[in-house]
Design a protein around this ligand. Structure first.
Ligand SMILES: *Cc1c(COP(=O)(O)O)cnc(C)c1O
Length: 471
């Protein structure tokens, strides 16, 4: 800044270019003169208050849990305590360089060793690796371990079974890990069709991938029988832990008979997500598979937590550096804050909230499966004049994020569901918020009866209504 420029000068039109001219005059540069700028730079002159308003407005154009309810089924969009973000900014962790040698990161290994232990305790597993970057990535890591296990045994098992209600990442991960994927049908109650499963369990089956409760929000009550069937075929049982929010502290995948599990810490253990991350998808396994865990694994030696990368049977590194430390720090903070009793309470409330909504919405959107649900519920749009998709778009106008849409042209689901939505309120919504949501669903339901064109043109309050004109 030239000596003569004062703060007042900044408010004069064209002042910035004067200042830059001043800088150039003070410091003759090594840039050849032919390349010097001759005209003033056309920088915009904007008041600070306008800049703040512009960015604040932009920050509010996307919907998040901080703006309003976000009942997006299968995604567990729960409220994430802001204090965890503060924790993730702890300079000792946040300032560590990814290329720092492992021996210099004692705090990271201490954190990892403790968190691995907590995840094993919650899931009923024996060993854990925190490296995978998301749920789908954890699935891939888990399946690579299963593959390594059978390769070691010289067994030819190239098939993975997946139920038709599975999240799309399950068959995708199976294919990426080199398996052939076969789809197991659901029965009329939305559960795994045991007879079909029995027939599909051939000697070439490596694993059955399942989530419990399922993506239909239903608990597989015959899980022990399923586990016995799978194990008696010499196959393994994979647990997609994305729905863990329904059963923390109540029942453990390990006790149900599962051999491998991944956990979506960004869903269950509080990290803001949506829009693609970052998250983390730790994998935990029973003893049998522990040698194959990806590296690094934190282990305690003589009371000190250290990084263990000397694991000859490991499937190797799945994530650069040491994984998403900030995300894992949030998970640790969340688990320590909640404690065993708090976690159980969170799951009980998640289930209670989903059943409350299922009950209060049933005269408008009847449940597809008439039974007690777990943390989410699948509701049918059969009573609507419009589609569930349009109904959900109208909810946007009233400040509610659309639930997950199921049916024709949307997520594939069992049977021939034409129009349905998967609603997951999460435990962090209060009763007042749930009642407010029911009120808005009612409003849209009434509009659907009297003013269906309004619902069909929604959303009306957004700058961009349809990015894909076909939708
Ligand atoms: C979200 C989800 C996944 C994938 O997890 P990401 O962390 O998004 O990769 C897998 N299975 C189920 C049931 C899910 O809900």
């Amino acid at each position: 800044m030239s000596e003569s420029a004062t703060l007042m000068d900044l408010h004069r039109p064209g002042a910035t270019s004067d200042i830059f001219a001043g800088v150039a005059a003070l410091k003759p540069s090594c840039v050849p003169t032919f390349a010097h700028r001759r005209d003033a730079i056309g920088l915009p002159e904007v008041a600070e208050v306008d800049v703040v308003r512009h960015y604040t407005q932009l920050s509010q154009e996307s919907h998040g849990v901080d703006n309003g309810p976000y009942p997006l089924g299968s995604c567990t969009m729960k409220y994430n305590p802001k204090r965890n973000d503060e924790l993730a900014r702890e300079p000792g962790f946040a300032r560590a360089h990814p290329l720092q040698p492992a021996e210099m990161l004692g705090g990271v290994w201490e954190l990892y060793e403790r968190l691995q232990g907590m995840i094993c305790e919650i899931t009923g597993m024996d060993a854990c690796c925190l490296a995978p970057a998301a749920g789908a990535h954890g699935e891939l890591a888990g399946l690579l371990m299963i593959r390594a296990h059978y390769l070691k045994l010289n067994a030819r098992r190239g098939v993975v079974l997946v139920p038709d209600s599975a999240h799309g990442t399950n068959p995708a991960s199976a294919a990426m890990a080199g398996f052939e994927c076969r789809i197991v049908p659901s029965d009329l109650r939305g559960h795994v069709d045991l007879e079909a499963l029995r027939q599909m369990l051939t000697p070439d089956v490596a694993a059955f991938m399942l989530t419990n409760p399922s993506t239909l929000g239903l608990f597989e009550s015959r899980i022990v029988e399923i586990a016995d069937l799978v194990h008696s075929n010499g196959s393994l049982l994979y647990y997609d832990g994305a729905n863990l929010n329904a059963l923390m502290g109540i029942v453990r995948p390990g006790d149900m008979g599962f051999d491998v599990v991944h956990v979506n810490v960004h869903k269950t253990f509080s990290t803001p997500h949506g829009g693609g991350g970052p998250g983390a998808g730790p994998v935990a396994v029973k003893k049998l598979l522990a040698p194959y865990l990806p590296i690094p694994v934190a282990v305690r030696r003589d009371g000190v937590a250290v990084c263990d990368e000397d694991r000859p049977l490991s499937v190797g590194k799945v994530k650069s550096f040491h994984g998403h430390v900030g995300v894992l720090l949030r998970a640790y903070g969340y688990l320590r804050t909640m404690g065993a009793v708090g976690l159980r309470e969170a799951s009980e409330n998640a289930v209670l909230n989903a059943n409350y909504l299922q009950h209060r919405l049933s005269h408008m959107l009847p449940p597809v499966y008439h039974q007690v649900c777990k943390h989410e519920t699948l509701l049918s749009g059969e009573k609507l004049n419009t589609s569930a998709r349009q109904f959900a778009k109208r909810l946007i106008d009233y400040g509610i994020h659309p639930p997950t849409l199921v049916g024709a042209g949307c997520v594939y689901f069992p049977g021939d569901l034409q129009s349905a939505m998967l609603i997951e309120p999460t435990e962090t919504e209060t009763k007042a918020s749930l009642d407010h949501q029911v009120g808005i669903f009612q409003k849209v339901f009434d509009e659907d009866a009297t003013n269906v064109w309004l619902v069909e043109s929604a959303p009306l309050s957004r700058k961009t209504a349809r990015i894909d004109v076909k939708a």
